[in-house]
Ligand binder design. Structure first.
Ligand code: GLU
Length: 282
């Protein structure tokens, strides 16, 4: 087996909390127990939500916890050209289409439909722009109407055929390319999306094992499709359990009391924080 390469990929939109610490620990342990590499990547494409101070804060918190990463961290905000090239490739395969819909138009269409298709994350895109009359999309783009780009999930299935992915907890799972519908791969405002950027960067960083919370399991279906369409290597996955608060609610950035920062200020030693977390998640 090749040496494992894993990554921790936080979005710098707030302070890291115990859920992040657990995700980083899982990734670090999987790599380091087998002599591999544990990498850090900032998923900072969403400039409306990202704050520069959270990059530094995350690095400080990880160092304090002793979760040192290998090599320099990368930032998605510096990799727009790689995402644009991947999108161009998908455009050449005619597996993406431009979408001019506003959020409101999509919501109205969903309300109008008798039985709008739903996925694990809510209503799916109802397909308004999937088959625009010939020439309309290029006319609108020429007139300066800037579209989002969506995956054509049916066309993707035709191109890739059936796919699977291997998860170290769940075994071999069959990919459902339509699980999240025709997802946005490039947003109007940022020219890419979480899905496209993650797939391009995991390949770029040579990640062999993608470890992340099980809330992202549905996204992996989309990611496997993109890997196949872009001719990228297939990593293995480990979707781990999520850390919850004492009421069983999944941690979010609003749980300030459980931020690494406040645990550190409370005088707890970092080794104790990690040992407690490990015991709790066993
Ligand atoms: N940036 C994502 C998050 O903070 C993680 C994405 C991933 O690991 O693929 O939840």
């Amino acid at each position: 087996m090749p040496i494992p390469v894993t990554r921790f990929a936080p979005s710098p939109t707030g302070y890291l909390h115990l859920g992040h610490a657990y995700a980083a620990m899982v990734a670090r342990d999987l790599a380091h127990t087998a002599g591999g590499h544990f990498l850090l990547r900032f998923e900072d494409i969403d400039h409306n939500r990202v704050r520069p101070e959270y990059h530094t804060a995350a690095e400080e918190d990880l160092r304090w916890l002793g979760l040192e990463w290998d090599g320099p961290a990368i930032r998605q905000s510096e990799r727009a050209a790689a995402y644009a090239a991947a999108l161009e490739h998908l455009r050449e395969e005619a597996v993406v289409y431009p979408c001019f819909c506003t959020r409101r138009e999509i919501e109205e269409e969903i309300t109008r439909m008798v039985s709008a298709p739903h996925g694990p994350e809510g209503a799916l895109y109802p397909g308004l722009c999937r088959e625009l009359p010939a020439g309309e999309a290029s006319r609108r783009m020429a007139a300066g109407d800037h579209p989002a780009w969506r995956l054509d999930a049916n066309r993707a299935l035709e191109l890739t055929g059936p796919l699977t992915f291997t998860d170290l907890r769940h075994g071999i799972l069959a990919v459902d390319p339509g699980l999240l519908g025709d997802v946005v791969l490039a947003r109007k405002d940022i020219g890419t999306s979480y899905h496209l950027a993650v797939v391009v960067d995991d390949a770029f960083q040579g990640v062999t094992h993608v470890t992340r919370g099980e809330d992202l399991l549905p996204s992996t279906h989309v990611h496997r499709v993109l890997q196949a369409l872009l001719g990228l290597a297939e990593p293995r996955y480990l979707h781990h359990r999520l850390v919850t608060d004492c009421q069983g609610v999944r941690l979010a950035k609003r749980h300030d009391a459980l931020s690494i920062r406040s645990l550190r200020e409370s005088g707890l030693p970092p080794a104790e924080v990690l040992a407690d977390l490990e015991a709790r998640m066993r």
